[in-house]
Design a protein. Structure first.
Length: 239
């Protein structure tokens, strides 16, 4: 396996060729905030929290969706990047209805964790308080659009791991939302296998077990990575 060397915040790092910038950053012992990325799923660069500066490139690059190459000079922690990440997290809170005190994911929420990481204690943007629905038609799970941040993890895990293709993204801009089937109530989508993988990978309280009360959601976010590895290595052991 060929190896490439690049610089991360002035530190030389060697990684296998074909690695992403996020993998290189992690190899350097640096932790970048992420919300859309999850090991075991394809990268999409949707949340824009792992943006980095690369010397000679005029725009910021999402580390999860950018390939590392020989000799790159990468910066992960600059005033511009810190401000951008905080602004992105503030917008997540301002554009949704994230009432943490009443959320099933309170205390085990990646959005909360990232807010702490970027130093957000309030939003400088006006809250929109959108009028969003809750789909409780499924016998086991519910979808609360108020807490959805459009990371598309549910879409990808259902497509790439379960191969059921239940979830998709509809509309654009402020009206963009996750839909089940052909924009049907979740409980009416015959393709759903009731596996719960989408609930496990959700970073917030948007997807949850109906039995979960406030602060009772504790998802298994390593499940997708385990299943992808098992499939690639032909292990096929259930978890």
């Amino acid at each position: 396996m060929s190896v490439i060397t690049l610089s991360i915040d002035g530190q030389p790092v060697a990684v296998p060729a074909g690695s992403s910038l996020l993998q290189a950053v992690r190899a350097a012992g640096i932790r970048l905030p992420t919300l859309c990325h999850l090991d075991g799923l394809s990268p999409v660069g949707a949340c824009r929290l792992c943006l980095v500066q690369v010397e000679g490139v005029s725009r910021l690059l999402p580390a999860c969706a950018s390939e590392a190459s020989e000799g790159l000079q990468v910066q992960t922690d600059t005033p511009e990047l810190r401000e951008y990440r905080r602004m992105a997290v503030e917008l997540f809170f301002a554009e949704g209805n994230h009432e943490c005190a009443y959320c099933v994911a309170n205390g085990d929420c990646e959005l909360q964790d990232v807010a702490v990481t970027v130093g957000m204690d309030h939003s400088r943007f006006p809250y929109r308080w959108p009028n969003r629905s809750v789909d409780a038609s499924h016998p086991l799970f519910s979808l609360d659009h108020n807490r959805c941040i459009l990371c598309t993890r549910c879409v990808r895990v259902c497509d790439e791991i379960e191969a059921a293709h239940v979830w998709d993204v509809a509309e654009r801009g402020a009206h963009c939302r996750i839909i089940a089937g052909l924009d049907q109530p979740w409980g009416e989508v015959d393709a759903c296998t009731h596996c719960g993988k989408c609930v496990d990978v959700c970073p917030t309280g948007a997807l949850f077990h109906k039995a979960d009360g406030t602060a009772e959601k504790h998802p298994d976010r390593e499940r997708a990575q385990h299943l992808r590895r098992a499939r690639d290595q032909h292990e096929w052991q259930h978890r």
